[in-house]
Design a protein around this ligand. Sequence first.
Ligand code: AHM
Ligand code: MG
Length: 336
Amino acid sequence: MSTPAPVVVSFNNPPAFITLQAHMLAEERRYPGTSGHLSWIVSALAIAAKTIAAKLKNAGIEDVLGDFGSQNVQGERQQKLDVIANHLLIQLLGQREGVAVIGSEENDELLMVEAEAGGGQRFAVLFDPLDGSANLDVGGNVGTIFSIFEVPPGGEQLLQPGRRQVAAGYVLYGSSTIFVLTAGHGVHLFVLDTAVGAFIRVQRDLRIPAVGQIYAVNEANLASFPAGYQHYLAQCRETGFTSRYAGAMVADVHRVLLKGGIFLYPPTAKAPTGKLRLMYEANPMAMIIEQAGGLASTGGGSILDVCPEHLHQRVPVALGSPENVTALLAELVRQA
Ligand code: AHM
Ligand code: MG
């Protein structure tokens, strides 16, 4: 009896069930000579995200809500979950080979991680562990935002313009846990499959709509915005825009990324250089939005070209669909 010919099956076309880890390994393989440290760092961020998501699901049952009883360097009251998320990220990243520097919204200074023997590429990871934490007590959306730079050999110039980020992303803890990532080649979206415990890629090469009809801004501050912002928002209202504002940058930017429109945190009387922090809020969101085909501006130039002076520096932020941001910038010039 002759042996039947083996059946050759291809599992690559169409690709299915790609985890975040598999995605990162494939991304890194495109660049021979890279050390693999970047995917290792993203895997630490994913573990932190899963742990934070689990804590949030049990908030109110476990004692994780409310004030921690201290303030961070920016004078903001820390919530217990701010402290828990920050500690978790520092512990996980601090143990990862390739992490040289850690910077957090919740820490006054950069943390320098001792180098491992063996050398190789080293990275700075900057993050806002729990963005929008004022939403915690009401069960609203919160997020984690991160930015990754390669540390130049010699370690000088630790804070670099956002244009030099090698990867950036955010996690949105909402009705599902969503991980959005760019490593400089498009924006990809993963959803946590809680049964499997892994982030599964559900969208590749996300593109922001060219124009949208949503604006996200804290309109209670309108009277103290510079004239150009006020005029632009008046035009939006006159032309049928709708307003959506969660008070958590991650949730608001995510909506704009998927549906189009504009997210704004302009200068105000209370915060003349804006409220949002360049290194771990504005830069990573700007990289995501630009990678998706949008624009991200300080009102004067691209957020990604701002030369940082210190870890907690603030910038005005206007980001979103290219047509919306261009219209705002034209109004800012007209009213200057
Ligand atoms: P946080 O990082 O301390 O939570 O603050 C940042 C948040 C952003 O998520 C959000 O866009 C902004 O602060 C909301 O501020 P406001 O309440 O002034 O509108
Ligand atoms: Mg924040």
